[in-house]
Design a binder for this molecule. Structure first.
Ligand code: NAP
Ligand code: MG
Length: 484
């Protein structure tokens, strides 16, 4: 049975210096359920004054928090991990209601997002250092790591919980304070997460949250405050570039997890069943609204018809509906704009000669739904080849040679992830080397894992989240020369 959401338990206020409070002036904005258009709650609409209160609180808390012990920070993260797990049903139902993903996927995100907290609780007590001597032997060189300082965290709507824990986890582990602005479309999950951190014992002022309908105002105040030392952003490449320009003014450390345009490559020797299974995961996780979503399917000409037909069959069998209902496998898109974009990308591809094997339209009724869609014979000049589809549309193009497909796969400004399906170890290794991406899936459609360094190259971003190196984004090296 699906858990029902009790609106009276939702947190809807700003969280600043350990206290819940209304926005200055009392402004609020609505949060909608994308499956029903029902308004779930009204949330505090933070403005410039609230932004300043939040960053000043983070600034004040930094010195003491930076002196906390690794064990204290690890224990807070561990408690938060268990609390998130204990609240799985509640967090999943909030996420499904405000974002649309099916409950099973929302529960999966809770598990993944929670694991980030456990992972970084384990990393908190392993922050490194080094010691060596100068080349002439006259000086000892002592290298220590310190927290970067107050961090600005900005997250998108597509993974409302995990995008938060991927940043809060390492920031807490490293001893950084934070100001956090979750997406306007999905603030409720983040506010519920913050409540958990309070319960886990995170000191006042360490994590401050401002929800807002005016992201440029709030985040802009933080970026120009002179207090924040770092920005960690997940979202579109377009907004990432704006924030990088703002970061330049105060020379702030910058971590950017931006858009993608993932190639999904099926080589001539691939196991087609396995490739279709991987394609379903790489395409349909989160209704296709993932930066890691396979955007361009390149299939060897000898397999393309077989692959396309099998994929279309699997896609046509998916149950589309309200994510809160049992049996739903595909929820709605997040908003009208996303739906319009998917419709226009499909229309453009079809006008240029693509064939629709299944889907290709939106179902009747309310909600921002789009049918799982497979397009084949997609020409290279179709708009969706150079645009993140962010929807349940698989676009297939045939190729003839490996050199050709590597060139096509790399012919994009993005470089987040690439997928390759082959039974040959040599070919897998060649593609792992030649694809211009930060992550490669070999015979798998899923790469995200707390133990792995997640991130992209080219215009997909800067820095990595997770893995052993994830905490480095929140640490500075200091070197002390000791004479004698
Ligand atoms: P977005 O429009 O860039 O928004 C992301 C966040 O930035 C939101 O919190 C948004 O606030 C805020 N924002 C918007 N304009 C801003 C501005 N001028 N100054 C400061 N903040 C601003 O992206 P989205 O549509 O929510 O998310 C989808 C994108 O995220 C896709 O491109 C996807 O590939 C990318 N993504 C990347 C990763 C990764 O790890 N590489 C993971 C997930 C998603 P509002 O909510 O109020 O607009
Ligand atoms: Mg927006």
């Amino acid at each position: 049975m699906s858990p029902t959401l009790d609106p009276t338990t939702l947190r809807t206020e700003l969280y600043i210096d350990g206290a819940w409070r209304s926005a200055t002036g009392g402004a609020i904005f609505p949060v909608e359920n994308p499956a029903t258009h029902e308004v779930l709650a009204h949330v505090a609409d933070g403005g410039p004054e609230d932004a300043i209160l939040a960053i000043e609180a983070a600034g004040r808390a930094q010195a003491e928090w930076g002196r906390s012990t690794p064990r204290q920070r690890a224990e807070i993260l561990r408690r938060a991990y268990y609390l998130v797990l204990a609240n799985t049903d509640r967090l999943a139902s909030i996420m499904t209601a405000e974002m649309g993903k099916p409950l099973a996927e929302a529960r999966g995100e809770v598990a993944y997002g929670a694991e980030m907290l456990l992972w970084f609780s384990e990393e908190a007590v392993r922050i490194g250092g080094d010691q060596t001597t100068s080349v002439d032997g006259s000086t000892r060189i002592m290298i220590t790591q310190e927290p970067v300082g107050p961090c600005v965290l900005v997250t998108p709507w597509n993974f409302p919980l995990a995008m938060g824990t991927r940043k809060i986890g390492p920031a807490v582990a490293a001893g950084c304070t934070m100001v956090f602005k979750p997406a306007e479309l999905t603030p409720l999950t983040s506010l519920a997460l913050v409540e958990i951190f309070k319960e886990a014992g995170l000191p006042d002022g360490v994590l401050n949250v401002v929800t807002t309908s005016s992201p440029s105002t709030v985040v802009g105040r933080w970026m120009s405050s002179g207090i924040a030392r770092k920005i960690s952003f997940t979202g579109s490449t377009q907004v990432g570039k704006i924030l990088l320009r703002q970061a330049a003014d105060n020379v702030m450390r910058s971590s950017m997890e931006l858009g993608g345009n993932a190639p999904f490559i099926v080589l001539a020797d691939a196991d087609v069943e396995r490739a279709v299974d991987g394609a379903m995961k790489a395409k349909m996780r989160n209704m296709g609204e993932a930066c890691t979503a396979a955007n361009r399917f390149f299939v060897h000409r000898t397999l393309v018809d077989q692959f396309a037909e099998k994929l279309a069959k699997s896609m046509s069998e998916l149950t589309v509906g309200n994510g809160a209902e049992a049996g739903t496998e595909v929820g709605p898109l997040i908003e009208q704009k996303g739906l319009d974009k998917v419709e226009s990308l499909v229309a453009d591809a079809v006008a240029r000669g693509a064939r629709v094997l299944t889907g290709g339209s939106r179902p009747e009724g309310p909600g921002y739904f789009y049918k799982p869609t497979v397009l084949t014979d997609v020409p290279l000049d179709a708009e969706l080849m150079s645009t993140e589809i962010f929807g349940p549309v698989a676009a297939i193009t045939a190729f003839d040679s490996e050199d050709e497909v590597i060139r096509l796969a790399n012919d994009t400004d993005w470089g987040l992830v690439g997928y390759v399906f082959t039974e040959s170890l040599d070919k897998a290794l060649r593609f792992s080397k030649d694809l211009e991406v930060g992550m490669v899936g070999v015979n798998t459609g899923i790469v995200s894992n707390p133990a792995a360094p997640f991130g992209g190259i080219k215009q997909s971003g800067l820095g990595r989240e997770g893995g052993k190196i994830g905490i480095e984004e929140y640490l500075e090296y200091k070197y002390t020369a000791v004479a004698g």
